[in-house]
Write a protein that binds this ligand. Sequence first.
Ligand code: ATP
Length: 228
Amino acid sequence: MSVIPLLEGDSLCVFRGERLVLSKISLSLHAGEAMLLTGPNGAGKSTLLRVLAGLRHPDAGTLLWQGQPVKDDITAHTQRVAYLGHQEALKPGLTVTENLKIYATTTGSNIAEALKTFNLLELADLPARQLSAGQKRRTALARVLLRQAPLWLLDEPTLGLDNATISLLGEALTRHRQKGGMIIATSHVPLPMDTTSHLDLPAAPDRAVMPDTSPDDWTWHEHSGTAP
Ligand SMILES: Nc1ncnc2c1ncn2[C@@H]1O[C@H](COP(=O)(O)OP(=O)(O)OP(=O)(O)O)[C@@H](O)[C@H]1O
C-alpha cells in the first residue's frame, strides 16, 4: 500500500444555501480500498460525492489526488472518476448500446463485456425510454465500467436492482478493487461489498450554522454556482 493516499479530502466544508451541510469532513483512500458513506436523509452524502467527483467545489478544505490539489486540474480529475448519481441521465431516444457508446473511452472499452456484466445483452437494442427503473440502473452501472476510471463514486448503486443484479454488482465491485480500483458508495441498505472504512455523516443542521473556527482558518474556494 502506498504511503500517500490516492484520494485525500481534508476538512471539506460545503454550504447549501445558508446551511453548512458538510463541516470539516476528512477522508482518505488508497488503491484497492472501499468506503461506505452513510447518514440520514439530507446529511450530505450526495453532496460529498459530487465534491469528490470534482463536480462541485468545496467552500473550504482541500481535495488532493496523489498529494496534488484536484482544483489545479479538474479535467484530469474528472477522467479519474466514474460517478453514478441518483439520476441515470440516459438519452431516452438512444438504445442501451448507443447510450454506452457515448461514455465509452476510445481505447480499450468493451461495450459487449459491460452489457454482459449487467445482463443487458437482450436489451442492447432497446431505446432507453422503454427500460424499467432497474434496467436503467443496470445501464448506468455498465457505463461506470466503461469509464475505466480508478475511482468509482456510487450514490445508492443498488437502487431498484433485483437480487440477481445485486450479486452481479458485487462481483463487479470486487473485480474493480482487485485491479487496484477504489470505491466510495452511499447506501441506506447493506451493499454487496466488503468495506475498508466507513464514514457516517451526522444529520445536516436545519438552519444556518457557521463552523466554530475563525474565517482565517478557512481556505476559501470559488463557489461553483451550480446546484444539482
Ligand atoms: N439545490 C439545493 N439548494 C439548497 N439546499 C439543497 C439543495 N439540494 C439539496 N440541498 C440540501 O443539502 C443537504 C444535503 O443533501 P444531499 O442530497 O447531499 O443529502 P443526502 O445525504 O445525499 O440525502 P439522501 O439520503 O436523502 O439521499 C440537504 O439537507 C438538502 O436539504
